[in-house]
Design a protein around this ligand. Structure first.
Ligand SMILES: Nc1nc2c(ncn2[C@@H]2O[C@H](COP(=O)(O)OP(=O)(O)OP(=O)(O)O)[C@@H](O)[C@H]2O)c(=O)[nH]1
Length: 448
C-alpha cells in the first residue's frame, strides 16, 4: 500500500515506535515516584514537575494507540483520560477530590511537594492530553481528519511549552514540566502520523512537487521565527516579555497553518493535473480498441530495446502476428463481433507474454510482439504456444460457429539491422506462414 508515497508509508510506520516511546517515558516518570528519581520528575530544580496522573494519562493514551487496530480496547483506554482531563479543565476546583483519589504514589508525591514547589496537573498538560485523547477517539470513531486537527493542536501546545522553555517565558509552559513535554510530544505525533494518508498531512507528504515545496516551506516558516526569536533573546540584555514570545509563536503557527492550507489546495489541483496527464499519456500510447500499445509506442519501445540489446549484448526478437481470414469473420459475423475478436486476441497475447515483452497493435488485424532477451529459437516457441492457444480458444460466446487462427512470422535482430529491417524480415516470414496454409509459425531467414 502507498507504493508511490514513501513518506506516507514511513509516517504510518512510525505510529507504533512513537507510541512505544511515549509509553516508555510515561512509565519512567511514573516509576520515578517510588524510586525517588527527582531529576526525572522535576528536571529544573525550581521549575514545574510531572504529576503522576500526567504520566498515567500518557501510559493509557500510548497503550490505546498501540491497540489502534482494536477499536473497543483502544476506546476504553482513551475515554477515561478524556473525561479526567476534561473535568480538570472545566471544573478545576470540583475535580480536585477526584484527581487526588486517582493519583498513584501519593506518599512519594507528598514528599516531593514538601520541598515547597508542589507538583500539580496543570492546565497545559490537561489541555494537551485532552486533545490527544479526543484525537484518538475521533480516529476510532471514523473521523481521521478531526483526529489530525486535534493531534496537531496537541502538538502545537507542546511546541508552545518548548518555546516557553527556550525563551524563559513561564506563561507558555505553566505547570507543564520539561519531562511532561517530552512525553506528550511523541504521543501527539503518534496519533498525528496515523492520519498521514489523509487531508493536509497527505498533501504535505506527497512525493509530487507541491508536497516537496510545502515541506520546505513548513520547515523554513516554522524554524526561522523560532531561531530569530532565540537569537534576539540570547543577545538582548533584558528578559523577553510575554508579547514578544506570543509574536514568535503566532508567526510560526500562522505560517504553518497557511502552508498546510496552501499545500492541500495545491495538491488538489495537482492531483487533477496528474490524472489528465495520465489520460493523455494513455491516449497517446494505447490503441483504443484493444488497449494494447499503439504503433507509436511500439516504435519508441523498440528503439529503447534495440539500444539496450546492443549495450548488454542480449538477443532481441519480434513476432508479427496476423489473424487469418479476418475479412471472412467480419463478413460472416459482423464488424462488432470482429472488434470483440480483436480485443480477445490482444488480451490473450498480453496474458501469455512476460512483463518485459511489449504487445502492440500494428494496424488492422496485425499485432507485433517485442521479445527482449530472447533468441530466435525461444521466440519460435513463444509464437507456437500463442498460435496453439488462439486455435484452442472457445469463441462460441461471441458467436456460434466462430473460430480464429493466427499466422506468425518471427525474426531475431542481427548486428547490422535497425528495427524497420527486423520488422520487414518478420513480415516476410509472416507471409511465408500464410503461404504454408495459415495457422502456422515461420522463422525469418537472415537478410542476404
Ligand atoms: N472488426 C474490425 N475489422 C478490422 C479492423 N481493422 C481491420 N479490420 C479488417 O480486417 C480485415 C483484413 O482483411 P485482409 O487484409 O484481407 O486479411 P484477412 O482476411 O485476415 O486474410 P489473411 O490475412 O490473408 O489471412 C479487413 O476486412 C479489415 O476491414 C478493426 O478494427 N475491426
Amino acid at each position: 500500500m502507498y507504493r508511490r508515497y514513501p513518506l506516507i508509508r514511513l509516517a504510518l510506520a512510525l505510529t507504533v515506535p512513537l507510541a512505544i516511546l511515549a509509553l516508555a517515558s510515561g512509565l519512567l516518570v511514573l516509576l520515578s515516584y517510588p524510586l525517588e528519581i527527582t531529576v526525572l520528575i522535576r528536571p529544573e530544580p525550581l521549575g514545574p514537575g510531572s504529576h503522576p496522573l500526567s504520566a498515567l494519562g500518557i501510559i493509557l493514551l500510548a497503550a490505546s494507540m498501540l491497540l489502534y487496530h482494536h477499536r473497543l480496547p483502544s476506546l476504553v483506554l482513551a475515554l477515561p483520560v478524556w473525561l479526567l482531563m476534561l473535568s480538570r479543565l472545566l471544573m478545576p476546583d470540583a475535580s480536585q477530590a477526584l484527581l487526588q483519589a486517582l493519583t498513584p504514589f501519593t506518599r512519594s508525591l507528598a514528599l516531593i511537594n514538601e520541598s515547597g514547589h508542589p507538583v500539580a496537573l496543570g492546565v497545559h498538560t490537561a489541555l494537551c492530553q485532552w486533545l490527544i485523547a479526543s484525537a484518538i477517539l475521533s480516529y476510532q470513531l471514523y473521523h481521521p481528519k478531526w483526529a489530525q486537527l486535534l493531534s496537531t493542536l496537541a502538538f502545537a501546545v507542546a511546541q508552545v511549552a518548548l518555546t516557553g522553555y527556550a525563551f524563559g517565558l513561564s506563561h507558555f509552559y505553566g505547570e507543564m514540566s520539561l519531562t511532561t513535554m517530552m512525553m506528550v510530544t511523541p504521543m501527539s505525533l503518534a496519533i498525528l502520523v496515523r492520519t498521514a494518508n489523509r487531508g493536509g498531512l497527505r498533501a504535505l507528504l506527497s512525493p509530487w512537487t507541491g508536497g516537496k515545496i510545502a515541506r520546505l516551506q513548513l520547515v523554513v516558516g516554522m524554524v526561522t521565527p523560532f531561531l530569530i526569536g532565540l537569537l534576539l533573546v540570547k543577545t538582548a540584555d533584558r528578559a523577553p516579555d510575554l508579547s514578544f514570545g506570543m509574536l514568535i509563536v503566532a508567526v510560526s503557527q500562522a505560517s504553518a497553518l497557511l502552508i498546510a492550507v496552501s499545500a492541500i489546495l495545491y495538491e488538489t489541483m495537482d492531483k487533477e493535473r496528474r490524472s489528465y496527464h495520465r489520460q493523455m499519456e494513455l491516449m497517446a500510447t494505447r490503441d483504443p480498441l484493444t488497449a494494447s500499445f499503439n504503433r507509436y509506442a511500439l516504435e519508441r519501445r523498440a528503439e529503447t530495446e534495440l539500444a539496450r540489446s546492443r549495450r548488454h549484448r542480449y538477443p532481441l526478437s519480434v513476432l508479427v502476428v496476423d489473424a487469418d481470414h479476418f475479412k471472412q469473420i467480419n463478413d460472416n459475423f459482423g464488424h462488432p463481433v470482429g472488434d470483440l475478436v480483436l480485443q480477445q486476441l490482444a488480451s490473450l497475447l498480453r496474458r501469455h507474454c512476460r512483463a518485459q515483452d511489449t504487445v502492440a497493435r500494428w494496424g488492422g488485424e496485425e499485432f507485433v510482439v517485442l521479445l527482449p532477451d530472447t533468441p530466435l529459437n525461444k521466440a519460435f516457441q513463444v509464437a507456437e504456444k500463442l498460435r496453439q492457444l488462439v486455435a484452442q480458444q472457445d469463441l462460441h460466446d461471441l458467436a456460434p460457429g466462430l473460430s480464429l487462427t493466427i499466422s506468425v512470422g518471427c525474426a531475431q535482430l542481427t548486428a547490422q539491422e535497425n528495427i524497420s529491417d527486423l520488422l520487414r524480415r518478420a513480415d516476410i516470414a509472416l507471409y511465408a506462414a500464410k503461404d504454408l496454409g495459415r495457422n502456422k509459425v515461420s522463422e525469418a531467414r537472415l537478410a542476404s
